[in-house]
Design a protein around this ligand. Structure first.
Ligand code: C5P
Length: 233
């Protein structure tokens, strides 16, 4: 599995996104398009970034009945994205339907990654609102195992969980980890963070980095620092 740094393009317009990416004249970064940008610009933004040569993680976190997810995934797959995701809480039949929808006639498909429990959900909210009484760490690992059994490629998780996910689901199971900060950087609203070097040590496959790059005085230098720390380029 190719290790890489994915830049979270959390912008609200194509114009801001393209202006930001125009600064990268060398290596084309792997980019994440989330709900904000996709809902603002639709599939055109995916096509525009593909045309410019970027690999794309389309972070839309699908969660619906299996048939709907299968059909929606077929549409996303035809956009030729490289990675997309869903909520493992949709259960195994939904994840299996998603894989079916994603698989193109030639057998290829984007990587499919599951969100376990959102990092904004803590033990108290999970017990109170979802009536799930198990320890949250066990719930996350159970969702990861179910995603693996359904045939998915990996999970989004905190870098702190990546090592354990690999222990439970195997080294080939991909870990995509947000919550990355430079040792001398601002944590912002992320609570449990790791540096790119620590994420590398613990075995993350992809780190998703937003503000430490997008808000940096020199975004290209910040991106290159991430690459250097995470994959030693
Ligand atoms: O700016 P920052 O580096 O915190 O951005 C992290 C990105 O990863 C954002 O797009 C955020 O929505 C996403 N993310 C996260 N934590 C999760 C899942 C996704 O921060 N558990």
């Amino acid at each position: 599995m190719g290790k890489d740094v994915i830049i979270a393009c959390d912008f609200d317009s194509a114009q801001k996104t393209l202006a930001f990416l125009d600064q990268f004249t060398g290596r084309k970064p792997f980019v994440k398009i989330g709900m904000e940008l996709y809902y603002a610009e639709g599939p055109a933004i995916v096509r525009a970034l593909k045309e410019r040569g970027h690999r794309i993680f389309l972070d839309l976190k699908l969660h619906d009945i299996p048939t709907t997810v299968r059909k929606a995934m077929a549409v996303l797959s035809s956009l030729d994205v490289d990675m997309c995701n869903l909520h493992a809480a949709g259960t195994r039949p939904m994840m299996e339907a998603a894989l079916e929808g994603l698989t193109r006639p030639d057998g290829t498909r984007p990587l499919l990654i599951a969100v376990t429990q959102l990092t904004s959900t803590d033990q108290t909210a999970m017990e109170r609102d979802l009536l799930i009484r198990e320890p949250i760490a066990d719930v996350v690992m159970h969702y990861a195992r179910t995603a693996m059994e359904a045939g998915l490629d990996g999970v989004v998780c905190s870098p702190l969980e990546a090592g354990k996910v690999h222990e439970v689901c195997g080294r080939q199971f991909v870990t995509v980890t947000p919550g990355v900060r430079f040792a001398d950087g601002d944590k912002g609203d992320q609570k449990r963070v790791m540096t790119p070097a620590e994420a590398k040590r613990i075995g993350s496959d992809y780190i998703v980095v937003g503000r430490p790059i997008t808000q940096a005085a020199d975004p290209v230098a910040a991106y290159e620092r991430c690459l250097a720390e995470f994959i030693g380029e």
